[in-house]
Design a binder for this molecule. Structure first.
Ligand code: COA
Length: 192
């Protein structure tokens, strides 16, 4: 199969939302550990205007996000089968540490594509193309027990800096999470 990774624009939003609906539906199902925080009371809801606003916000403002898609050319057409997002801090005081979110659909895992998506987003974060913007860390949270994701983050140099048991309760399932961070420069202090 032919795969291409590229930054998404608003023209890609329908393909992205179709991917998100498929991928999120796999969470907690056989073969996939829980990986998202939505439940039946607060399900994932696509909000195109919000996505458009976040994708077009300059990095000098708060509330931006950027997403890269994994495009697969298949017999049925072109689909997004994986995506990674970098999401700005909510406050001026934490804008130096954006957060990362990642997912690859089940049939496309184990081929090195999640790692390629991660490397694409991390490379952009090191050089975001805006002279007045500098990021020092990438943060993410992962549920305890999500071994494929944990191994991937460790492989790419993320370090665990905290964990919290019973942080989430998803339709009766208690989940703890681990806070991982990637320092983008040498000499940056992590937790004592
Ligand atoms: C985590 C995820 C993105 C990995 O994507 P992937 O494309 O299958 O991963 P890759 O093939 O690029 O693997 C890269 C590395 O990840 C780790 N890894 C991936 N799958 C693994 C598995 N099943 N068991 C252990 N380690 C695994 C390995 O370190 C691997 O490197 P290696 O091949 O040199 O051993 C994918 O499993 C996924 O989308 N899961 C559901 C969503 C999710 O959990 N997102 C993260 C939320 S925090």
């Amino acid at each position: 199969m032919n795969y291409v990774i590229r930054a998404l624009t608003i023209d890609d939003i329908d393909l992205l939302y179709a991917h998100s609906a498929r991928a999120l539906g796999e969470s907690g199902k056989p073969g996939t550990p829980y990986f998202h925080i939505y439940d039946s009371v607060s399900p994932w809801t696509p909000v195109p205007e919000k996505t458009r606003e976040r994708w077009t916000k300059p990095l000098t403002e708060l509330g931006w996000s950027r997403t890269w898609g994994l495009f697969a050319t298949e017999e049925s057409g072109t689909h997004i089968r994986g995506a990674v997002s970098m999401i700005s801090g909510d406050y001026n005081s934490n804008r130096h540490r954006p957060s990362l979110a990642l997912g690859v659909e089940r049939d496309h895992r184990g081929k090195g594509l999640g790692e390629k998506l991660m490397r694409t987003a991390i490379e952009w974060t090191r050089n975001p193309g805006d002279a007045s913007t500098r990021f020092d860390y990438v943060d993410l949270f992962v549920f305890m027990g999500n071994e494929p994701a944990i191994r991937l983050y460790e492989k790419l140099g993320f370090r665990e800096i905290g964990r919290c048991a019973d942080r989430w309760r998803i339709d009766g399932t208690s989940l703890g999470d681990i806070h991982f961070t990637l320092p983008l420069r040498s000499g940056i202090a992590l937790n004592p």
